[in-house]
Design a protein. Structure first.
Length: 222
C-alpha cells in the first residue's frame, strides 16, 4: 500500500483507536492528519479507496474520514463495498460538493456524519470523537456476544430447547408438556443451562436469548 507516513511523535500505542483518512488531495490529507494528531489520535492516510482496500484494517476502534469524490471508486461506492464485505466502520463523509440526495444516501447507508468543506476544525474533532466512541461500543458488544455464543454452544440440545421456551415466557409445567418430559427434568435443565451461561436471573436469560438472536415460539403457539 502507499500510505502517507506518520509524523514523528504520533501515537504508536497498538491498542489506541485509529482514524483512517481517505482523500486524493495531498494537502487535505496532511491537514486532516495534523489536526487529528494534534488531539492525540493515531491516523493512517490513503490517497484512494483502492489503497485502503489493499491494506489490513486495524483491529482496534476505528473510523473512516472519507472524501466523497475519489478517483475510480467514489466514497459512496467504497461505503457500499465495505457494507457488502461486512465491515462496519463508522464513516464521516467530507465533500466540497455535497447535495441533499447525496447526504441522504450516505446517512441511510450508515454514515455517522457528513461535513461540507470548508468545515470547522472542532466539527471534525467532534465527529471523529463520536465515531470512535460508537465503534468502541460496537466492538465491545460484539466481543460480549462472541463470548456468550461460546457459552451457548456448551449447552446440550435439550438445554437449548429449554432455554428457548423459558425465554419465551413459558412456565416449567408447560415446557415439560411441550417436550414430553417431567417438570423436575425441566427444572434440572434450567438450573444447568443458567449455570453454564452464568445467568443470574430470568431477566438475564431473556436478554441473552435476545442478544444471540434466538427466536423462541411465543406462548400458546403450540
Amino acid at each position: 500500500m502507499t500510505a502517507t507516513p506518520r509524523k514523528p511523535g504520533a501515537g504508536t500505542d497498538p491498542e489506541a483507536p485509529v482514524v483512517l483518512v481517505i482523500d486524493d488531495d495531498a494537502s487535505m490529507r496532511e491537514a486532516l492528519m495534523s489536526l487529528l494528531r494534534s488531539v492525540g489520535l493515531r491516523v493512517e492516510a490513503f490517497g484512494s479507496a483502492a489503497e485502503l482496500m489493499r491494506a489490513p484494517l486495524p483491529d482496534v476502534p476505528s473510523c473512516l474520514v472519507l472524501d466523497v469524490r475519489l478517483p475510480e471508486l467514489s466514497g459512496l461506492d467504497l461505503q457500499a463495498e465495505l457494507l457488502s464485505a461486512g465491515v462496519q466502520l463508522p464513516i464521516i463523509f467530507v465533500t466540497g460538493h455535497g447535495d441533499i440526495p447525496m447526504t441522504v444516501q450516505a446517512m441511510k447507508a450508515g454514515a455517522v456524519d457528513f461535513l461540507t468543506k470548508p468545515f470547522r476544525q472542532q466539527e471534525m474533532i467532534h465527529a471523529v470523537t463520536r465515531a470512535l466512541a460508537s465503534d468502541k461500543k460496537r466492538r465491545s458488544a460484539a466481543a460480549e456476544t462472541s463470548e456468550l455464543r461460546k457459552l451457548y454452544e456448551s449447552l446440550t440440545v435439550r438445554e437449548r430447547e429449554v432455554m428457548a421456551l423459558v425465554s419465551s415466557g413459558l412456565r416449567n409445567k408447560r415446557i415439560a408438556a411441550d417436550l414430553g418430559v417431567s417438570e423436575i427434568t425441566v427444572k434440572v435443565h434450567r438450573v444447568h443451562l443458567m449455570r453454564k451461561l452464568q445467568a443470574g436471573s430470568l431477566a438475564d436469560l431473556v436478554r441473552m436469548a435476545d442478544q444471540l438472536g434466538l427466536r423462541p415460539e411465543a406462548p400458546g403457539s403450540k
